[in-house]
Design a protein around this ligand. Structure first.
Ligand code: PLP
Length: 372
């Protein structure tokens, strides 16, 4: 890959320009999709599980935006599992009780098998998290959290964690490197579900880990080589292509979200609006609880009832329809992933559904764990 970055560029320019083939006659502008399970021997790659030029292009792009070395994975949860595997037998991991429920479920599963001890905290209560750091080998932060949208004082917590000799990990999926730079706040590792904002089109699954520490990079790469939680080549290509417009998508989603937040706060069917002040995710607690929320998500024509988030299209769901979502998340909480459509169209569709959501309805029968 040619080095197309200039440290004086803004993130928007880096996002567009980074990780492209050299600007030379007959070179394509974009890194091609390289389908390969094996390579001619004695080079750097050798086998398809150890590397791929299309993954490398995605990794260089995200690495440039976060300011570290990146490894891509089959999904966000594959990246989460690889990071949690860093801690020694019986070690304590501190994590937000409202982190993405797939991450919390991984911790619970590892704890149940005697692998580690999970200490779940209210991540917005900095004093409590700092206190919990004393016994930790790894402090997992997600800020904002999914779907409660709590934020953490990453800098203060990272200082306390480092004093205790613990690694600090930040799941930066919601904020993206354009709204939060975890390494500048003291993180050792950044994790992404690239499935969300980075890829941005609800058409591919991918995860990523970024670190500035070369030794950690080698250990994590070694785990990926061994376990084989590697991305698909097409997915890496789609995610890189999606990332080229991350700044535009995020700006539009954020501006739409801010307008909707103001209006939602005024609507009588809404009890509570949670918004961290940036990004395109908004959580609302509707009056009337689960029934009203279930009716609402079935009453729109523009908003799509779907799990996951960070795509160009607006989606929403009642999070407690997933049995794995903790009881501390209100029953009537709907997480909105605000897309890049016209905000007036979004509001008209949502307002109509909110106006009608006071009536009772059937409960959702979904029982599979997690959701995205
Ligand atoms: N981290 C966060 C904050 C998420 O929201 C998700 C999925 O929703 C994940 C990690 C897991 O990522 P994936 O679904 O790509 O495995």
């Amino acid at each position: 890959m040619a080095d197309h970055t200039d440290p004086r560029w803004s993130p928007a320019t880096t996002t567009v320009k980074v990780a492209r083939p050299p600007t030379e006659p007959d070179q394509p502008l974009n890194t091609p999709i390289t389908m390969a399970s094996t390579y001619v021997a004695t080079g750097d790659l050798e086998y398809g599980r150890y590397g791929n030029p299309t993954w490398t292009a995605f990794e260089e792009a995200l690495g440039a935006l976060e300011g570290g070395r990146c490894l891509s994975f089959a999904s966000g949860l594959a990246a989460v599992a690889t990071v949690l595997d860093l801690v020694g037998q019986g070690a304590t991991v501190v994590a937000p009780r409202h982190a993405y429920n797939g991450s919390v479920m991984q911790l619970a599963d590892l704890e149940a098998r005697g692998r580690l001890s999970a200490h779940l905290v209210d991540v917005a209560d900095t004093d409590a998290v700092v206190k919990a750091c004393q016994d930790a080998a790894l402090v997992w932060l997600e800020s904002p959290t999914n779907p409660a949208l709590e934020t953490a004082d990453v800098e203060a917590i990272a200082r306390a964690a480092h004093d205790a000799g613990a690694y600090v990990v930040v799941d930066n999926t919601f904020a993206t490197p354009l709204r939060q730079q975890p390494f500048a706040l003291g993180a050792d590792i950044v994790v992404h579900s690239a499935t969300k904002y980075l890829a941005g089109h609800s058409d591919s699954m991918l995860g990523a880990i970024v670190t500035q520490d070369n030794e950690l990079y080698d250990v994590l790469k070694g785990r990926r080589d061994l376990v084989g939680a590697i991305p698909g080549t097409l997915e890496a290509w789609l995610a890189l292509r999606g990332m080229r417009t991350l700044h535009l998508r995020l700006e539009r989603a954020e501006s739409n979200a801010r307008t909707l937040v103001e209006r939602l706060r005024e609507h009588p069917a809404v009890e509570e609006v949670r918004y961290p002040g940036f990004g395109g995710i908004v959580s609302v607690v509707v009056a009337g609880g689960a029934d009203a929320a279930d009716l609402l998500v079935r009453s729109t024509s523009l908003w799509v009832h779907a799990t996951s988030l960070g795509g160009v299209e607006s989606t929403f769901e009642r999070r407690r329809r997933w049995k794995s979502e903790p009881a501390t998340i209100p029953d009537g909480l709907i997480r909105l992933s605000v897309g890049i459509e016209d905000v007036e169209d979004l509001w008209v569709d949502l307002r109509k559904a909110l106006d009608a959501s006071g009536c009772g309805s059937r409960r959702s029968s979904a029982s599979r764990p997690r959701g995205g």
